[in-house]
Design a protein around this ligand. Structure first.
Ligand SMILES: Nc1ncnc2c1ncn2[C@@H]1O[C@H](COP(=O)(O)OP(=O)(O)O)[C@@H](O)[C@H]1O
Ligand SMILES: [Mg+2]
Length: 235
């Protein structure tokens, strides 16, 4: 469903060139729950941005539902992004002046979904994430965990093919992190495909597949043990 073929990405930082991703090839299927791990600077966010069509590689191909995204014009690409991808960020990215309900409905603003249906879906999702009693609160009237729940409901409103979550618990205390991971695990059990980034082992354990990156390459992939840690196979 998501297929990266020989993806490379570099950035120019002053006089220095940084190779953030070096010839990455991997695919992620429907209903997977994948965690990317690796130390800071290993290329995780760059990879997520490419998966989410927020950035483009310097070379290689990215196929989203069998479509090569490089062949799409900007309008088609944003339509695809809107329809297929739900984003969750470490810092929530909610609009401060909007209520929880309005934040959740936001991605539907540029779609053909009617106002009634948008209301219905947003209400249902906020109930589902346990915020039925906070629908008219603004982000600054909510805790970090509640804000992330709003962000998760917003990510789900378009019924995306995949949820991309870059360090979704990075700004949360450990108790709240556990609650957010329970919610994501629940969504995965209902069939939602999830790709997340984390640098915490206990968070990664919630995923069914763990891909470890280092310096822009895939160091290990639990779905493909041959590439990874051989010692584990002989245990
Ligand atoms: N927009 C950018 N401009 C310049 N360098 C960048 C940019 N984004 C990422 N990098 C560099 O690419 C490398 C990988 O970064 P990143 O993907 O953010 O890693 P991670 O998310 O694993 O911490 C780092 O060396 C980082 O400094
Ligand atoms: Mg990052």
């Amino acid at each position: 469903m998501l297929e990266l073929r020989h993806i490379s990405k570099s950035f120019v930082n002053g006089s220095e060139q940084v190779h953030a991703l070096k010839d990455i090839s991997l695919s992620i299927q429907t209903n997977e729950f994948v965690a990317f791990m690796g130390s800071s600077g290993s290329g995780k966010s760059t990879l997520m941005n490419i998966l989410g069509c927020l950035d483009t590689p310097n070379s290689g191909q990215y196929l989203l539902d069998d479509q090569d995204v490089a062949t799409l014009d900007d309008d088609t690409l944003s339509a695809i992004r809107n329809r297929h991808i739900g984003f969750i960020f470490q810092t929530f990215h909610l609009l401060p002046k909007l209520s929880a309900l309005e934040n959740v409905k936001l991605p539907l603003r540029y779609t053909k979904v009617s106002a009634e249906e948008a209301d219905e879906r947003a209400n249902k999702l906020l109930d589902q994430v346990g915020l039925g009693h906070r629908k008219n609160h603004r982000p600054n009237e909510m805790s970090g965990g509640q804000r992330q729940r709003v962000a998760i409901a917003r990510a789900l409103i378009n019924r995306p093919t995949v949820i991309l979550a870059d360090e979704p618990t990075g700004n949360l205390d450990s108790k709240t992190s556990v609650e957010i991971m329970a919610l994501l695990t629940d969504l995965h059990q209902q069939g939602q495909t999830i790709v997340m980034v984390t640098h915490e082992d206990d968070i990664a354990e919630c995923a069914k597949r763990v891909i470890t990156m280092r310096d822009g390459i895939v160091l290990s992939d639990s779905a493909d043990p041959v590439k990874g840690d051989h010692s584990k196979e002989s245990e």
